[in-house]
Design a protein around this ligand. Structure first.
Ligand SMILES: Nc1nc2c(ncn2[C@@H]2O[C@H](COP(=O)(O)OP(=O)(O)O)[C@@H](O)[C@H]2O)c(=O)[nH]1
Ligand SMILES: [Mg+2]
Ligand SMILES: [Zn+2]
Length: 362
């Protein structure tokens, strides 16, 4: 592998400043391109290395989201005479794509880190799924990245205008690009989004064409990609994990597998932002704290009854809001339990100290 310029991997001046504290300790910056059961492939100036996390570090991680994820910048120490490294630090995440872990656990699961743009893909063979798109937009905004909607498979679609209208009703103001990974239509416009050093990630259900789009972007020059598939003989069309590719001509792309569950991890503020039409209607509700469910003189419900607000969108709005409210209650409750536990631990340590002879000597 030829030497790599960190800037091509998305390194910035701000990162350099951040890194100056650990550089004297012999650490080098690298970016995580894949993760597989605790073994990371990272790429830095000297090329690709396998990296692991020292046991102590992984035990100290209170949450799974504290561990490195694809897209993370890490500080590594290369082991002498080996193509292996230890990950010693994770640099601050500038953005992330995260969800609530599947199942009943209330915890954040970071899927990818440091992405500039999330390309939300819907396949026009099946049409735009408005309810899913609403959820995806909340997810992207929460993580602090930009969103672009990719309408793929236009070669299979007869009513492109109708699909665009459906999408616009949900994603007003979001840039939309109709493409076909099969015919190549629209790929140039898509390519022009991914400038040098910019990291984009494809998000969408299985089968919408994410991997096909990554391949279309990679073109013939697959040699220029970061080769990470050695242990995976399944081929590109069954994406089983997240992986970062360096595009020929600049820019970075992360492919992701489809997700069956997309439960949100959100503070709630971005929900408002994603349903601005409903929030605008709510200005007309009689009660300021109207929940738009059972109150009299609710302007939102009136709009739904009159057909100016889609019942499906209204339903999804209530569902997402309820989900986020539940998250808030749960995280607050857990926070309180944890604080109480810590207080108890500190108190007991202090009591023990007071009983010790050293305490009385001073
Ligand atoms: N006709 C057509 N088929 C496509 C297009 N993009 C992807 N496909 C097909 O859709 C299927 C799923 O594609 P894949 O890239 O694996 O989807 P992923 O699960 O989102 O990664 C494959 O059979 C692709 O050949 C497209 O633009 N047009
Ligand atoms: Mg795929
Ligand atoms: Zn109301």
């Amino acid at each position: 592998m030829p030497p790599i310029n960190l800037k091509d991997l998305g390194w910035t001046e701000a990162r350099d400043v951040e890194f100056s504290a650990v550089r004297p300790l012999g650490m080098k910056p690298a970016r995580v391109v894949t993760e597989d059961r605790g073994i990371y492939q990272v790429v830095g100036e000297e090329g690709q290395l396998s990296a692991i996390i020292p046991g102590r570090f992984s035990h100290q991680a209170a949450h799974a989201s504290d561990l490195p994820k694809v897209g993370d910048w890490v500080a590594i120490i290369k082991l002498p005479r080996e193509e292996k490294a230890l990950i010693r630090r994770i640099l601050k995440r500038h953005s992330r794509l995260a969800r609530k872990v599947p199942g009943r656990e209330v915890e954040e699961q970071v899927l990818v880190a440091n992405v500039d743009l999330v390309l939300i893909v819907h396949g026009l063979d099946r049409g735009v799924n408005g309810r899913l798109l609403e959820r995806q937009l909340v997810m992207v905004r929460e993580g602090g990245a930009g969103a672009v909607l990719i309408l793929n498979k236009i070669d299979l679609c007869v009513g492109l205008d109708a699909a665009c209208l459906e999408a616009k009703a949900v994603a007003d103001g979001v840039r939309m690009i109709p493409v076909s990974a099969a015919s190549g239509q629209g790929i140039e416009e898509l390519r022009s989004l991914i400038r040098d050093g910019l990291t984009v990630v494809f998000l969408g259900t299985s089968g919408v064409g994410k991997s096909s789009l990554v391949n279309a972007l990679l073109g013939e020059e697959t040699q220029a990609t970061i080769e990470v598939r050695e242990s995976d003989s399944k081929g590109r069309h069954t994406t089983t994990s997240r992986e970062l590719f360096l595009l020929p001509g600049g820019g970075l792309v992360i492919d992701t597998p489809g997700m069956r569950e997309l439960q949100l991890w959100s503070s709630g503020e971005v929900v408002t932002h994603s349903f601005e039409d409903i929030e605008a209607l709510a200005q007309g509700c009689y009660f300021r704290d109207c929940t738009h469910t059972k109150e009299p003189r609710c302007a939102v419900r009136v709009a739904v009854e009159q057909g100016t607000c889609s019942p499906a969108r209204y339903g999804n709005y209530l569902k997402i809001r309820q989900e986020v409210a539940h998250l808030r209650v749960e995280t607050t409750r857990r926070g309180m339990i944890e604080r109480k536990r810590q207080t108890r631990v500190i108190q007991s340590a202090f009591n023990k100290l007071k009983r010790s002879p050293e305490w009385h000597q001073t």
